[in-house]
Write a protein that binds this ligand. Structure first.
Ligand SMILES: Cc1cc2nc3c(=O)[nH]c(=O)nc-3n(C[C@H](O)[C@H](O)[C@H](O)COP(=O)(O)OP(=O)(O)OC[C@H]3O[C@@H](n4cnc5c(N)ncnc54)[C@H](O)[C@@H]3O)c2cc1C
Length: 384
């Protein structure tokens, strides 16, 4: 990262240093943790010890900022992802899986869960995706229905980060409210009767992922997050706050890949010359540096805007996510190419980064889905 272009205020630089310290501690465990499909106890302990999850929770409930701060989350994820996708994911989910509680939970529910989320004593999850429904979330089939003082949840969620290891799930389902079909969000503790988890998938960049079946699950009405029928608004608010942080994680991954390519090509010689001076390799290095710096400057600016006005910055957050994750795809690919056969060795950092970069262009809004909604907005603004 260039020091000649200071784009972070002192408080964020302090946070960045804390995150780098945690990343350094996690690095020796990354080989193991990043290949695991369940939460790694040592990485979890290091994250807990760092206190960094408190960045994700409002100060009133044991957090560090008045409300979760998009720039802080982005800066931390950038450092963590460079070391281990596992610690990055664990950290990220504490915000993504708790924001709806902070915004829409009752005081009692907030008091019960948020301080534990901040201390990493409760592992969070947000359950939207279903076996048949991904990008087109409005077609989901999980149902939520009121029954006296309780709500009943029926359905199956799929590809849920922390699934099987989370302490609770924020579940989005369809609900009829006063004769109209809407979407509601409910907090379901993982130990509630009728909650069953399985792990049918292992992906190319291993991730703690589970499918969760909600078989007539009953929780008190007080576990609702937000008003009945207003669940989608909370999901959107969550994405508006955290989507830009995926760009941070992507850029950390890209920077680490460039660092590895640089170390390799400046030391390895072929044709009596360091690789870094041969053919297109200098251009490849410089292009990666350029793309990373440009994406980083934009990402920080957007994260800063999202910290003060998340909903008003959602389009910019989508752009930052698209830009940074696509840049990262190119950078890791170039780095592997520059490193030749050494870039292909299983268990090397560059090989891990190459795999870790790929899912980022799919989750929290696939590139094409985000482009689709941006294009609609662009055309609408043009036609005004
Ligand atoms: C590592 C990982 C972690 C995840 N964690 C969670 C989690 O914690 N909670 C959760 O709820 N979900 C989670 N998911 C699921 C994720 O949100 C979905 O994968 C994502 O929403 C895309 O849905 P899909 O995979 O079903 O793809 P589909 O919706 O089937 O789309 C496939 C492809 O079609 C294209 N496409 C789809 N729709 C459009 C459109 N309108 N315009 C243009 N192109 C389009 C895109 O290229 C897209 O990649 C996770 C996924 C991964 C990979």
């Amino acid at each position: 990262m260039s020091d000649r272009f200071p784009i972070l205020e002192p408080e964020y630089l302090v946070l960045q240093a804390r995150a780098r310290d945690l990343a350094d501690r996690c690095l020796p465990h990354a080989d193991r943790a990043d290949e695991s499909d369940s939460v790694d106890a040592e990485v979890l302990a290091l994250l807990k010890d760092s206190g960094l999850a408190a960045v994700q929770v409002p100060a009133k409930y044991g957090g560090e900022f008045e409300s979760p701060d998009s720039l802080a989350v982005t800066v931390v994820r950038e450092q963590l992802a460079a070391a281990s996708s596992h610690v990055d994911s664990l950290f990220a989910m504490q915000g993504i899986g708790s924001y709806a509680i902070a915004v829409g939970g009752t005081d009692e529910i907030r008091e019960q869960w948020l301080p534990r989320v901040a201390r990493m004593e409760a592992i969070a999850a947000l359950a939207l995706t279903e076996p048949e429904v991904g990008s087109d979330l409005k077609s989901l089939s999980t149902t939520i229905a009121e029954d006296g003082h309780d709500v009943i949840i029926r359905g199956t969620k799929s590809f849920i980060t922390n699934g099987g290891d989370a302490d609770y799930y924020c579940v989005l389902g369809k609900e009829d409210v006063n004769g109209r079909s809407g979407y509601s969000l409910v907090l379901v503790p993982a130990n509630t009767s009728g909650v069953r988890t399985s792990r049918p998938y292992q992906i190319m960049a291993p991730h703690v992922l589970g499918d969760i079946e909600f078989d007539n699950v009953r929780v008190p009405n007080t576990h609702r997050l937000g008003e009945p029928g207003r669940g989608f608004a909370l999901v959107l608010a969550t994405l508006a706050t955290f989507r830009v942080s995926v760009a941070g994680a992507a850029l950390g991954t890209a920077q680490a890949a460039l660092d590895d390519a640089l170390a390799h090509t400046t030391t390895r010689k072929q044709f009596d010359s360091p690789l870094a001076r041969l053919g297109p390799i200098p251009q490849m290095l410089a292009m990666s540096w350029t793309e990373i710096e440009m994406a980083r400057a934009f990402t920080y600016q957007v994260a800063r805007a999202a910290a003060s006005d998340p909903r008003g910055s959602l389009d910019l957050s989508s752009m930052a996510k698209i830009g940074a994750t696509e840049v990262t795809g190119r950078v890791v690919d170039r780095s592997v190419q520059m490193m030749g056969r050494f870039g292909l060795v299983r268990g090397s950092r560059i090989e891990r980064l190459y795999r870790a970069a790929r899912p980022m262009r799919v989750y929290e809004g696939a590139t094409e889905v985000l482009l689709d909604s941006l294009s609609k907005q662009l055309i609408k603004e043009h036609s005004r």
